[in-house]
Ligand binder design. Structure first.
Ligand code: FAD
Length: 487
C-alpha cells in the first residue's frame, strides 16, 4: 500500500487503478486511538488490507496507560461510563476479564461518583459536614431542573453559568452563602470536569443531549490499554507516521506523511482528534465541504488533565475521593484516591477547563507541586510525593484537547456532521459520536460505524457483497459478564 515518496499525479493514478478481481480492497486508517483501532480491526476482520498511520510512537491516543511506577496508571481515560451490557465496549472488556471498580450507581449526581465515600474540605482544612454536601447536592439538582425551564423559555442558547444566574434571580432561596456556596462551586467544578470546559462556555440547550448508559461508572483497575492492544493484534501499524495531506479521487485516496512517504488505498478512515482537525495541520485535497469545515470549527473541545502523585504510603482517609471547596469553581480541587480501587498509594488530581490550561503552562515539577499544595491545604501533614506524572492533552500536538463538548449557540448535530463521510473518507472518533461524545465507548462505536460505512461503499464499487465478512463478526454475539467490585 505504501507508494513511495513522489507526489506525481501519474503515480497516484497508477496506484489507484485497481482491477476488481486482482486484489482485496484497501483502507488507510489515520490515527491509532480507540476509534482508529476499532475501525482497523473491523476492516481487517472483514478481509480488507489495512494500514494504520499513527503520529505518536505508541498506539492508544487518549487511552494511555503508563507503567513507570511499576503498575498501570491511566493518564487519559480511566472509567468505563456505563457498566452494562448495552455498553459497546462491555463484551470486549468482559471477554478480557479486566476488572472494574464501580465509583457510582446510576443516579450519580457527580457523574463519575456518587456520594457514598468521599471527604470534602474547606481551604483551611476543615472537613465539610457530609449532611451539608448532600443538601447542596440536592440544591444543585434543583438548580439544574430550573435551568431546564429557562431552556424552554429562551429561544437563544446561553451558557450554564448564565442560566444559573437567572435561576438565582428568580429563586433567591437557591442561592447559597458561605461554605454552602463553596460546596455548590465544587459541584460546578465537577460538572466542568465532565465536559472539560468552563461553565461559561457549556451550552444550556445541549449539555444533556448525550446518552448516559445505565450501570454507573467503573474504573479500569488494570488500565485501559489492554483493550487497545487486543484490537491492535496482528494489524499493520506504522508508528511515527504523522499524516500531513489527504488527497481523495473518485477511485481512491493518497495519504502523505511528514517524511514525504505516501500511501494509497481505496478509502481512508480519519480518526484524528477534533483538536488536530481544527489546527488544519492536515491538508485535504480537494478541500472538505463547507458543512464539514464548519462542524470542525464550531464543535467545542476542552481540556482535562491528570496530575498523578505517588506516595510512599497512604496518609489520607480511606475514601474514594477528596475535594477542596472554594469560592469559585476554578479554585476547587478533586483528588481521586486510586488506593481504594487498586491498592496503590496514589492520588490523581484532575483539573479541567481554564485551570487545566493554566497548569499546562507550568513545568511538570511545578504542576506536581501545585497539586501537592492543594493537598496540603486539607492534609497539612501530607508527605511529599515520591514520583509524579503530568498529562498535557491541551498542548500535545497529537491531541490538542481532551474531549469535545457542546459550546454555547452551536447545535448538537455537529457530532453527526463530523461523522458523515465525504466521498471515500470516513470519519471516526469521540467527536463524531452524537450519543456518547467524549468517551472511549463513543470512540469505539464510531470506529465500527466508519468501518461498516467504508465496507459498504467499497463493496458497492466491487459489487461482490459475499466476499467479505460483516464488520461485527459472530464473536460479538458472545457475552461475558463484567467483573465489578466496590471495596
Ligand atoms: C484526561 C482524560 C480523561 C478521560 N477520561 C475518560 C474516561 O474516564 N472515560 C471515557 O470514556 N473517556 C475518557 N476520556 C475521553 C477518551 O479518552 C476519548 O474520548 C477517547 O479515547 C478518544 O479516542 P479517539 O480514537 O477518538 O481519539 P484518540 O485516542 O485521540 O486517537 C487519535 C489518534 O490520532 C493520532 N494522530 C493525531 N494526529 C495525527 C496525524 N496527523 N497523523 C496520524 N495520527 C495522528 C493520535 O496520536 C491518536 O493516537 C478522557 C480523556 C482525557 C484526555
Amino acid at each position: 500500500m505504501e507508494s513511495g515518496r513522489t507526489n506525481s499525479n501519474p503515480q497516484l493514478r497508477r496506484g489507484l487503478c485497481y482491477s476488481n478481481v486482482e486484489r482485496k480492497p484497501s483502507v488507510i486508517v489515520i490515527g491509532g486511538g480507540m476509534a482508529g483501532m476499532a475501525a482497523a480491526r473491523a476492516l481487517h476482520d472483514a478481509s480488507f488490507g489495512v494500514v494504520v498511520l499513527e503520529s505518536r510512537d505508541r498506539i492508544g491516543g487518549r487511552v494511555y496507560t503508563d507503567y513507570s511506577f511499576g503498575f498501570p496508571i491511566d493518564l487519559g481515560a480511566s472509567w468505563l461510563h456505563g457498566v452494562c451490557k448495552e455498553n459497546p465496549l462491555a463484551r470486549l472488556i468482559g471477554r478480557l476479564g479486566l476488572p472494574l471498580y464501580r465509583t457510582s450507581e446510576d443516579n450519580s449526581v457527580l457523574y463519575d461518583h456518587d456520594l457514598e465515600s468521599y471527604a470534602l474540605f474547606d481551604m483551611e482544612g476543615n472537613q465539610v459536614p457530609p449532611e451539608l454536601v448532600t443538601k447542596v447536592g440536592e440544591v444543585f439538582e434543583s438548580i439544574l431542573e430550573e435551568t431546564d425551564k429557562i431552556r424552554q423559555e429562551y429561544a437563544e442558547d446561553m451558557s450554564i453559568l448564565r442560566a444559573f444566574t437567572i435561576v438565582f434571580d428568580r429563586r433567591p432561596e437557591l442561592r447559597m452563602e458561605g461554605l454552602a456556596h463553596n460546596v455548590l462551586q465544587w459541584y460546578l467544578c465537577r460538572m466542568e470536569g465532565w465536559f472539560s470546559g468552563d461553565a461559561d462556555t457549556i451550552s444550556l440547550k445541549c449539555w444533556d443531549q448525550e446518552e448516559l448508559l445505565p450501570g454507573g461508572h467503573g474504573l479500569m483497575v488494570r488500565g485501559y490499554i489492554p483493550v487497545i492492544n487486543t484490537l491492535a493484534k496482528g494489524l499493520d501499524i506504522r508508528l511515527g507516521h504523522r499524516v500531513t495531506k489527504i488527497v481523495r479521487r473518485y477511485n481512491g485516496v493518497k495519504v502523505t506523511v511528514e517524511n514525504g512517504s505516501t500511501f494509497v488505498a481505496d478509502a481512508a478512515v480519519v480518526s484524528v482528534p477534533l483538536g488536530v482537525l481544527k489546527s488544519k495541520t492536515i491538508k485535504f485535497e480537494p478541500k472538505l465541504p463547507e458543512w464539514k469545515e464548519t462542524a470542525i470549527a464550531e464543535l467545542g473541545v476542552g481540556i482535562e488533565n491528570k496530575i498523578v502523585l505517588h506516595f510512599e504510603k497512604v496518609f489520607w482517609p480511606n475514601v474514594e475521593f477528596l475535594g477542596v471547596v472554594s469560592e469559585t469553581s476554578y479554585g476547587c480541587s478533586y483528588f481521586l484516591n486510586l488506593h481504594k480501587a487498586t491498592g496503590h498509594s496514589v492520588l490523581v488530581y484532575m483539573p479541567a477547563g481554564q485551570l487545566a490550561k493554566d497548569i499546562e503552562k507550568m513545568s511538570d515539577e511545578a504542576a506536581a507541586n501545585f497539586a501537592y499544595t492543594q493537598l496540603k491545604r486539607i492534609l497539612p501533614n501530607a508527605s511529599a510525593p515520591i514520583q509524579h506524572l503530568v498529562s498535557r492533552w491541551g498542548t500535545d500536538v497529537n491531541s490538542l484537547g481532551s474531549y469535545s463538548y457542546d459550546t454555547v449557540g452551536k447545535p448538537h448535530d455537529l457530532y453527526d456532521r463530523l461523522r458523515i463521510p465525504v466521498d471515500n473518507l470516513f470519519f471516526a472518533g469521540e467527536a463524531t459520536s452524537a450519543n456518547y461524545p467524549g468517551s472511549v465507548h463513543g470512540a469505539f462505536s464510531t470506529g465500527l460505524m466508519a468501518a461498516e460505512d467504508c465496507r459498504m461503499r467499497v463493496l458497492e464499487r466491487y459489487g461482490e457483497l459475499d466476499l467479505f465478512q460483516p464488520v461485527m463478526g459472530e464473536e460479538s454475539l458472545v457475552s461475558v459478564p463484567l467483573l465489578i467490585s466496590r471495596l
